[in-house]
Design a binder for this molecule. Structure first.
Ligand SMILES: Nc1nc2c(ncn2[C@@H]2O[C@H](COP(=O)(O)OP(=O)(O)OP(=O)(O)O)[C@@H](O)[C@H]2O)c(=O)[nH]1
Ligand SMILES: [Mg+2]
Length: 195
């Protein structure tokens, strides 16, 4: 749920990076953090285990221009992808204005991607939300690896509704900002409808 602060002329939106374990959600945020100007970003907060797996979430506040004189501030979160952290995922998903599903393109992660998408839909349903009513984009990550599934196949498996999708190599930063802009655009369009 976006939060509009009329006094400060600010709109706050929440974006959630979802996806299976090790698909590259935290890497997306790290790349964004390393590239944006210090004046437009807050601190990147990561709660991780010793082995760098996200334990609860990563959080990065960003300013991305303005609409109708209101500064738009995006709060980027990642969920922990490991299956047993479902309670954390539910909490982080609460009030999301936009969701990015980061899929791991490797052949051996096909099932994990499908499970993550189903888990996302189930957790949204608990909040009486549906994916096709929410700004939602897909990122096919790890395109640099040799053992990847063709994009057309991933599209059939993960994107029956034809939402915007982006190929990426988050490790090098390719496709990361395209994905962010893609979802931000959908969120801002929703906001414009409401204001
Ligand atoms: N080759 C390759 N490796 C990547 C890419 N993106 C991320 N990685 C690597 O994949 C591993 C996991 O990345 P993370 O960003 O920590 O994954 P995550 O989705 O946050 O994982 P959880 O926090 O456990 O859910 C790291 O070693 C990254 O460097 C990519 O595009 N290509
Ligand atoms: Mg992570």
């Amino acid at each position: 749920m976006s939060f509009i602060n009329y006094a400060a002329r600010e709109i706050n939106c929440k974006l959630v990076y979802y996806g299976p374990g090790l698909c590259g959600k935290t890497t997306n945020l790290q790349h964004i953090y390393s590239k944006v100007e210090p004046s437009t970003k807050g601190k990147l907060i990561s709660l991780a285990t010793e082995t760098e797996r996200t334990l609860f979430f990563d959080f990065l506040p960003l300013e991305l221009g303005s609409i109708r004189g209101f500064k738009t501030r995006f709060h980027l979160y990642t969920v922990p992808g490991q299956v047993f952290y479902d309670a954390s995922r539910k909490l982080i998903l609460r009030g999301a204005d936009g969701v990015i599903l980061v899929a791991d393109s490797q052949i051996e992660r096909v099932e994990a991607n499908i499970e993550s998408l189903e888990n996302l839909e189930a957790n949204l349903a608990e909040q009486s939300l549906k994916l096709d009513r929410l700004p939602f984009v897909l990122q096919y990550n790890k395109r640099d690896l040799p053992n990847v599934v063709p994009v057309e196949e991933l599209q059939t498996l993960l994107n029956p509704n034809g939402v915007p999708w982006f190929e990426a190599c988050a490790k090098k930063g390719t496709g990361v900002f395209e994905t962010l802009k893609g979802v931000a655009k959908l969120v801002l369009n929703e906001l414009k409808k409401k204001t």
